[in-house]
Ligand binder design. Structure first.
Ligand code: SAH
Length: 237
C-alpha cells in the first residue's frame, strides 16, 4: 500500500507515516476512506504499511521467538525491526534525519506515555513518523532501549497488537495537519468539543411518549448566546 501523491496541494506540507507490522493489510481499507483518501490524494499525508516479515531471516520468515526466562507466549524479535529501520532511515539513522526530514520512531507499548491531544500536536510537527506495532506478548525490550525514540500507549487496557493504536495515533495526529479537515476545520480544542444536534428539531421515538427536543438556544439565531452555550457545555464535557 504505497501512496504517490499525484500533485501536492499548494501551501500544505506533508507528513509521512511508515508502519511496521505483521498485518499490513489491516491498514488498507482504513486509509482508503473519506478524509484519508482525500488527504493522500492531496499529498498532505503519505502512508505505507510495511510487512515486518520482509526483514526476517530464514525460510520461515520468523519475526517472533520464545521469551528468555520462560513464561507464556512469544516475543517479537529485535533483528527484523532493526533491519527495517536501517532500510527506512538509511545512512542517517543516528541523526534521525533523512533528506532533511525530521523523523520520529514510535513503539506502541502498554508501558508507554499515554496519547493525548498535546502529544498529537507535538507529533504532527514531524515530517515522518515510523510506527512499530507489537504483537504476541510484546516486543524485545531492546527495541525500546536502542531503536525507538519514544513508547506510546493509547490507554490503560491491553489490545492484541499495535495496529489499532497506530490507526488511532495516525488519525489524532493527522487532524492537526493544515488542510486535512478541509472546510470542517477543527471543532474542538484540547478540552474536547461541544454537543451538536441536527434535524429534526423534535424527534418522537415512540407514539405517546415525550418527544426529544433540542436546546432552544440553537434555533434562536442569537450567535452570542449560541457561543456562550457552546462554551459552557464544553467546560462541562
Ligand atoms: N504483555 C504485554 C501486552 C502485549 S500486547 C503487556 O502486558 O504489556 C501486544 C502489543 O500490542 C504490544 O506490544 C503493543 O505494541 C500493543 N498494545 C497493546 N495494548 C496497547 C495499548 N493500550 N497501547 C498501545 N499499544 C498497545
Amino acid at each position: 500500500m504505497t501512496t504517490t501523491p499525484a500533485k501536492k496541494a499548494k501551501g500544505f506540507r506533508s507528513l509521512r507515516f511508515d508502519i511496521l507490522t505483521i498485518f499490513p493489510k489491516m491498514f488498507d481499507s482504513y486509509v482508503k476512506e473519506s478524509l484519508f483518501k482525500r488527504a493522500r490524494e492531496r499529498g498532505i499525508i503519505e502512508m505505507q504499511a510495511h510487512d515486518l516479515r520482509d526483514w526476517s531471516t530464514g525460510r520461515h520468515r520468523k519475526v517472533d521467538d520464545k521469551p528468555f526466562g520462560g513464561g507464556p507466549g512469544m516475543v517479537m524479535k529485535v533483528e527484523p525491526i532493526d533491519r527495517a529501520l536501517k532500510e527506512l532511515l538509511g545512512k542517517n539513522r543516528e541523526l534521525r534525519i533523512e533528506n532533511q526530514a525530521k523523523t520520529r520512531v514510535i513503539l506502541f507499548s502498554t508501558r508507554g506515555k499515554k496519547l493525548d491531544q498535546k502529544m498529537a500536536v507535538r507529533l504532527s510537527k514531524y515530517d515522518r513518523l515510523i510506527l512499530i506495532c507489537g504483537r504476541y506478548e510484546g516486543v524485545d525490550e531492546r527495541v525500546a532501549e536502542h531503536l525507538a525514540d519514544e513508547e506510546v500507549s493509547i490507554g490503560d487496557y491491553v489490545l492484541s497488537g499495535g495496529e489499532l493504536p497506530a490507526m488511532v495515533l495516525i488519525e489524532a495526529v493527522a487532524r492537526f495537519l493544515p488542510g486535512f479537515l478541509g472546510k470542517y476545520e477543527s471543532l474542538e480544542d484540547i478540552k474536547g468539543s461541544y454537543p451538536v444536534y441536527t434535524r429534526p428539531e423534535t424527534y418522537s421515538p415512540d407514539k405517546g411518549k415525550k418527544a426529544w427536543a433540542i436546546p432552544k438556544v440553537l434555533t434562536s439565531g442569537d450567535h452570542a448566546k449560541i457561543l456562550a452555550w457552546r462554551k459552557q457545555k464544553k467546560q462541562h464535557s
